[in-house]
Ligand binder design. Structure first.
Ligand code: NDP
Length: 299
């Protein structure tokens, strides 16, 4: 038996469909159109693609998409002023500054400038504080998407051992908090963890968020575990032709699928969930800013 494939592409597409429906309803009943502003500084190729996809999917969901492309040489002060302007713009419900920003800017300063109520990336310390206190706030998109896929795969997570490899504020820590909220017993691993393989082998749910291609091997996986691969790594793929590349995760997919009960592929697993959850956060932010009960919408 090989593992079943957790199809994030399909899940994300269904979620976007429900959001589109909810946005139509919101517009009809409240005459409100959610607005998402994305700010990109510089010309990073991967960020360009990501921002373009965000814009397309935002419009497809019936939301307003505002894109601001600032030159690489923009000063930190000017970027902070842009964020302030968006904070006070009533047509903007969610603000996302695409990271990484150029090296002369301090990422944390920018995160903290965004109003927590418009922080659809969920990175503001107020929102991470809510998450770690088990309170509702904006939850970072990729961890939120990963958690949805896990909950969709397993009926109950209570008491299961979840091992998260990676402790970033963007991915590892929020996933750990979300799984703790689901009553998992959570272990967080990082670059200084001793006996990483043994720890991974004890995981009922193994989440890899490292950024090292295929770090996690077949013999690191407990039989019938759920494996969630957040990693996105670009690798040379000579088999596809000279100079060609492919995306691989942090898990050796072919090896792991012989042991696990279910696994996310890369691409097509966690990746597509990120933008879908960004749109979800934008809708939630719009509702909360307008005193509308989000649970009115059946998402
Ligand atoms: P970071 O580089 O911020 O964090 C990586 C984490 O992995 C750190 O906590 C680091 O430990 C840990 N780590 C590094 N080497 C090892 C090792 N040998 N053994 C164990 N742990 C190790 O990355 P991100 O969290 O931002 O991203 C992780 C991966 O997820 C990347 O591949 C990224 O591309 C992908 N990603 C995918 C997204 C999506 O699907 N849309 C969105 C965001 C990220 P330490 O803290 O000790 O340095």
């Amino acid at each position: 038996m090989t593992a079943s494939i957790i199809d994030g592409k399909d899940y994300a597409s269904r979620l976007r469909g429900k959001l589109k429906f909810a946005v139509t309803d919101l517009k009809e009943r409240y005459k409100i159109t959610p607005g998402l502003a994305v700010v990109l500084v510089g010309n990073d190729a991967a960020s360009e693609i990501y921002v373009r996809n965000k814009g397309i999917q935002t419009k497809e969901a019936g939301m307003e998409s505002f894109e601001y492309r600032l030159p690489e040489g923009t000063s930190e002060e000017d970027l902070l002023s842009k964020v302030e302007e968006l904070n006070s713009d009533k047509s903007v419900n969610g603000i996302l500054v695409q990271f990484p920003v150029p090296k002369h800017m301090e990422q944390q300063k920018i995160i903290e400038k965004i109003l927590p109520s418009k922080d659809v990336d969920g990175l503001h310390p107020v929102n991470s504080g809510y998450l770690s206190s088990g309170l509702s706030g904006m939850v970072p998109c990729t961890p939120q998407g990963a958690s949805m896929l896990i909950k969709d795969t397993l009926p109950s997570l209570s008491g299961l051992h979840a091992v998260i490899v990676g402790r970033s504020n963007l991915v590892g820590k929020p996933i750990a908090q979300l799984l703790l909220k689901e009553n998992c017993t959570v272990t967080i691993c990082h670059s200084r963890t001793k006996n990483l393989q043994a720890t991974c082998l004890s995981a009922d749910i193994l989440v890899a968020a490292v950024g090292i291609p295929e770090l996690i091997k077949e013999d690191w996986i407990k039989k019938d575990a759920i494996v969630i691969d957040v990693g996105i790594n670009r690798q040379q793929a000579p088999e596809k032709g000279e100079g060609k590349t492919k995306l691989v995760g942090d898990v050796d997919f072919e090896g792991a699928r012989k042991i696990a009960a279910a696994i996310t592929p890369v691409p097509g697993g966690v990746g597509p969930m990120t933008i879908a959850c960004l749109l979800l956060n934008t809708l939630m932010a719009t509702c909360s800013q307008n005193n509308i009960n989000f649970s009115e919408f059946k998402i």
